[in-house]
Design a protein around this ligand. Structure first.
Ligand code: B12
Length: 212
C-alpha cells in the first residue's frame, strides 16, 4: 500500500478527525485515485474499526467518531467522484431501511452510481417503506438499492418488497441489497433481484438489472 494511502487508513483507525482532510489532500496530490482512497484507504480503516469494536477495544463513541472522520475525508472526494453525472442510465432510489441509521456505505454506493451516470434519489436512513414506495413512484424509478447493516432490521427489506407489491410497482422496479449483514442467500430469501458486496459491484449490478 502506498505510504499516503496507509496514513489515510491509520487516520480512520486512530479516529483522527484533525488530520484526515490534510492526508486525503496529500493523497490526491500524490496521484492516488479518489475511489481508491474511499475504498482502499478509508474503507479498510472502517473494517479495522469494526474489528476493534468486535474485540471490545473500541466502544460505541469510537464508532460514531470513526463515521465522522470518514465523512470529513469524503468532503474532498465527493466532487471528484461525482463528476459527469447526467442520469442517462436510469433512475435509482437508495435508502437505508427502517430502524437502521448507518449511511456511509449507502452514500458511497450513491456517489459511485451517480458517477456512472445514473440519477440517484437518496431518501436517507431509517426510512419507512411507505416513503420508499412514494420515492419510487414519484421518480418513476427503474431500481431501488437498500442498505442494511443491522441483522435485527433485515425485516425492513421484506416490508419494502411487500409495500411495492401492494402499490403494484414490484414488477417495474429492480431491487438490490447490500451492507454488512446482507448476502446472496438473504437476497434470495427476501425475493430481491441482487446482492452487491461493494460499491463498485453495485454499479455493475444495476447496469445489468436495468438493461434486462
Ligand atoms: C460506523 C458504524 C456505526 C456508526 C454509523 C455512522 C454512519 N453515519 O453510518 C454508528 C456509531 C452510528 C453505529 C451505530 C450502531 N451500530 Co454500527 N457499525 C459501524 C461500523 C464500524 C462500520 C460501518 C461502515 O460505515 N462501514 C464502511 C462502509 C463503507 O461499508 P458498508 O457499510 O459495508 O458499505 C459497503 C458495502 O456493504 C456495500 N453496500 C452498502 N450498502 C449497500 C447497498 C446496496 C444496494 C449495494 C448494492 C451495496 C451496498 O457497498 C458499500 C461501499 O463499498 C460497522 C462494522 C462493520 N464491519 O460494518 C458497525 C456495525 C454495522 N454496527 C453494529 C451495531 C450493533 C450498531 C448499533 C446497534 C450499536 C448500539 N449498540 O447502539 C448502532 C445502530 C444504530 C441504528 N439504529 O442503526 C453492528 C451490526 C451487527 C449486526 N449484524 O447486526 C456492526 C457490524 C458492528 C459489530 N460488529 O457489532 N455504527
Amino acid at each position: 500500500m502506498a505510504k499516503s494511502m496507509q496514513k489515510i487508513k491509520e487516520a480512520i483507525v486512530e479516529l483522527d478527525l484533525d488530520t484526515i482532510q490534510d492526508l486525503v489532500q496529500a493523497g490526491l496530490e500524490d496521484g492516488l485515485d479518489p475511489w481508491e482512497i474511499v475504498k482502499g484507504g478509508m474503507g479498510d480503516g472502517m473494517v479495522e474499526v469494526g474489528k476493534r469494536f468486535d474485540e471490545g477495544e473500541y466502544y460505541l463513541a469510537d464508532l460514531i467518531l470513526a463515521g465522522e472522520v470518514m465523512k470529513e475525508g469524503m468532503v474532498l472526494l465527493e466532487d471528484k467522484i461525482e463528476s459527469g453525472a447526467m442520469g442517462k442510465k436510469g433512475t435509482i432510489v437508495v435508502a437505508t431501511v427502517k430502524g437502521d441509521i448507518h449511511d456511509i456505505g449507502k452514500n458511497i454506493v450513491g456517489m459511485l452510481l451517480s458517477a456512472a451516470d445514473f440519477k440517484v434519489i437518496d431518501v436517507g436512513v431509517d426510512v419507512d417503506e411507505k416513503i420508499i414506495v412514494d420515492a419510487v413512484k414519484e421518480n418513476n424509478a427503474d431500481a431501488l438499492g437498500l442498505s442494511v447493516l443491522l441483522t435485527t432490521m433485515i425485516g425492513g427489506i421484506k416490508d419494502t418488497v411487500d409495500a411495492l407489491k401492494e402499490a403494484g410497482l414490484r414488477d417495474k422496479v429492480k431491487i438490490a441489497i447490500g451492507g454488512a449483514c446482507t448476502s446472496e442467500k438473504l437476497a434470495k430469501e427476501m425475493e430481491v433481484d441482487a446482492y452487491g458486496e461493494d460499491a463498485v459491484q453495485s454499479v455493475k449490478i444495476f447496469e445489468k438489472l436495468i438493461a434486462n
